[in-house]
Design a protein around this ligand. Structure first.
Ligand SMILES: N[C@@H](Cc1ccccc1)C(=O)O
Length: 480
C-alpha cells in the first residue's frame, strides 16, 4: 500500500466529516488553498483513497452591447418594427439601428429590397434570436451566432468535487496519525527517548530523487575531442601553432597576392608588431613577381617585404599547415590542427569574429585528388554525417579547389569547408616535390548540427540550462 503523506491524511480525515465536497469548501476547512487541496486529492486518488471529479460549467454573460439589446431588442428587431408597407430604403437609413440591423435582416432573408422600397418577407420575425438572447443554449445555432457577434460571452468555471473512496473512509475511521511529521530528530529527542512519541516521516522509496547534474566536458570541447580522435585514428599527427602570425605565413607563402581583398584591414585583424621574414623568403617573393623557376607567371607587379612582415591574428589555420610543410619538405606528411582563427565579421547567429577550424594536410609521392575526396568523406562519415558531396570552388593556394557539403534531414546540403591540392606556386618555393592535399573545415558548424543549435553563440556562453541538458559523451553512448 502506497504511503499517504501528512496532507493526504488530513484530507481524508476532513472528508470523513465533510463527505463529498467542493475543493474550495475543503480548502476553507483545512486552511489551505483550493489548488493544494486538488493536488492532494489527486495524489490520494492515485493511491485509491479518494475520487476527484472535474466539473466544468458554462455560463453565458451579456457584453455591454448585449445588455443594451436585451433591454431594447436586437438591432434587427428594432429595425423590423419600422418596416411597414410602403417603407422606403431612404427612410429606413435614418434609423440608428440601420447600420447593424439592415445587414442582419438581409442575411436572415427577412426583407427584400425592390427598387427604393423595403418589403418584409411573409412571416418575418426575429423572435428566435431574441429567445436565444434571453435563454442561450450551447447547442442552439442562434446562440452561437450571438457569441460570434460579441453580444453573448461564454465563460467556463471549473469545480472539483472530492470524496473519499470506501477504502479511504475505512482508513479514516481506523484513525489516522495526524500529528505533525518529524523529518529530523534532535540530539535531545534521541537521548531522552522522546523520539518514540514522534510521528516520524517515512522514506518514500518510490519518489525520484532530485536530478543531479554532474560535471562534464563542455559539449563543444567534447565534439572537438571526437574530431581529434578520429584524425589520430586515421594516422594523422597533431600540429599546434601561434595565434599571432606573420602575414608572410598567413598569406604570402600561400600565394595570396598582396592586394588580395582578404588581406584588407576590414577583413583581417592587424597588429602593430612585425616579424623579420624567414630564410628563403626570396623564393616566395620571386614566385609572386614572376613565377620563379616554374612555368607560372606569378601575379606580377611589386611585392613588398614590409607587407609580408606585418603580424595578424591568423585568419585561417592554413598558416600552420604551410609552416609545417616548410619544415618538413620530405614525404610523407600527414598532419592536422584544430585552432581558433580571427576575422572581422559582423556577429550574428551563424557568424563569429573568432571561430575554430580543422586544418589538415597530406603530402606523399602518389596522393591524388581522389585521396582528398576519400579522406574528407571518411572524416565526415565518422563524425556521423552519412551523405557528403563536393562542389568546385576557388582558393588562391589550391588547384583544383572544392567545398565539401553534408546533407542534413530537414535542412538540406550545408557547406562545411574548403579543400584542394596546393598549387605549384605554393609548394615550389618551399622545395616540395610532391602533391599536397589540404583542407580547412568549419568546426562550429559540425557542433551546431550535432547539438541541434540555432544560435552559434550558445557554444561560447555559460548557459547553464544548455550545458546541463546537453548529454555527456557517456550519455550519448547510452549510459546514464
Ligand atoms: N583556408 C581556407 C580553407 C582551405 C584550406 C586548405 C585548402 C583549401 C581551402 C578557409 O579558411 O576557408
Amino acid at each position: 500500500m502506497a504511503e499517504l503523506t501528512q496532507n493526504e491524511k488530513r484530507l481524508l480525515a476532513t472528508l470523513e466529516t465533510e463527505k463529498r465536497a467542493d475543493a474550495g469548501h475543503l480548502a476553507a476547512v483545512m486552511d489551505a488553498t483550493p489548488e493544494a487541496v486538488v493536488q492532494w486529492a489527486h495524489l490520494a486518488q492515485d493511491k485509491g483513497f479518494a475520487t476527484v471529479e472535474r466539473i466544468v460549467s458554462t455560463e453565458f454573460t451579456l457584453s455591454d452591447e448585449g445588455k443594451e439589446y436585451a433591454a431594447n431588442g436586437l438591432p434587427e428587431t428594432q429595425l423590423l418594427r419600422n418596416i411597414l408597407p410602403g417603407t422606403m430604403l431612404d427612410d429606413l437609413k435614418k434609423q440608428p439601428s440601420f447600420r447593424i440591423g439592415f445587414g442582419q435582416l438581409r442575411k436572415k432573408g427577412l426583407i427584400k429590397v425592390e427598387g427604393s422600397n423595403v418589403i418584409k418577407t411573409p412571416g418575418a420575425s426575429t423572435e428566435g434570436d431574441e429567445a436565444a438572447l434571453k435563454n442561450p443554449s450551447l447547442t442552439d445555432p442562434k446562440t452561437k451566432e450571438l457569441i460570434k457577434r460579441g453580444i453573448l460571452q461564454l465563460s467556463e468555471t471549473v469545480k472539483y468535487l472530492i470524496a473519499a473512496t470506501p477504502e479511504g473512509l475505512a482508513l479514516a475511521k481506523k484513525g489516522l496519525d495526524l500529528r505533525e511529521e518529524t523529518g529530523t530528530l534532535t540530539r535531545e529527542q534521541i537521548i531522552s527517548g522522546s523520539w518514540k512519541n514522534t510521528n516520524l516521516r517515512r522514506y518514500d522509496v518510490t519518489k525520484l530523487p532530485k536530478k543531479a547534474y554532474p560535471g562534464k566536458i563542455h559539449p563543444y570541447q567534447r565534439i572537438i575531442g571526437e574530431m581529434r580522435e578520429i584524425l589520430l585514428e586515421m594516422g594523422f599527427t597533431e600540429l599546434y601553432g601561434e595565434i599571432v602570425q606573420q602575414s608572410f605565413w598567413n598569406f604570402d607563402a600561400l600565394f595570396q597576392p598582396q592586394d588580395h581583398p582578404a588581406r584588407e584591414m576590414q577583413d583581417t585583424f592587424y597588429l602593430k608588431e612585425t616579424l623579420p621574414l624567414p630564410k628563403g623568403f626570396e623564393n616566395v617573393k620571386a614566385m609572386h613577381i614572376s613565377g620563379g623557376e616554374t612555368s607560372s607567371t606569378g601575379w606580377g607587379g611589386v611585392w613588398k617585404e614590409e607587407k609580408a612582415e606585418q603580424c595578424v591574428l591568423r585568419t585561417h589555420t592554413t598558416s600552420l599547415s604551410i609552416q609545417h610543410l616548410a619544415q618538413n619538405t620530405r614525404p610523407p606528411v600527414k598532419a592536422f590542427a584544430v585552432g581558433r582563427v580571427y576575422r572581422r565579421e559582423t556577429i550574428d547567429t551563424t557568424h563569429l569574429a573568432e571561430f575554430e577550424q580543422l586544418e589538415g594536410i597530406v603530402m606523399d609521392e602518389n596522393v591524388s585528388f581522389a585521396n582528398l575526396l576519400g579522406t574528407l568523406r571518411e572524416f565526415y562519415n565518422r563524425m556521423g554525417f552519412e551523405s557528403v558531396r563536393f562542389k568546385p570552388s576557388y582558393y588562391p593556394y589550391t588547384e583544383p579547389s572544392l567545398d565539401a557539403e553534408v546533407y542534413i534531414d530537414g535542412i538540406g546540403w550545408i557547406e562545411m569547408g574548403g579543400a584542394g591540392v596546393f598549387r605549384e606556386e605554393v609548394t615550389a618555393p618551399l622545395g616540395i616535390m610532391y602533391p599536397v592535399l589540404a583542407w580547412g573545415l568549419g568546426v562550429s558548424r559540425i557542433a551546431m548540427l550535432r547539438l541541434g543549435l540555432k544560435d552559434l553563440r550558445l557554444l561560447h556562453k555559460s548557459d547553464v540550462a544548455f550545458l546541463r541538458e546537453t548529454p555527456s559523451y557517456r550519455q550519448m553512448k547510452g549510459g546514464i
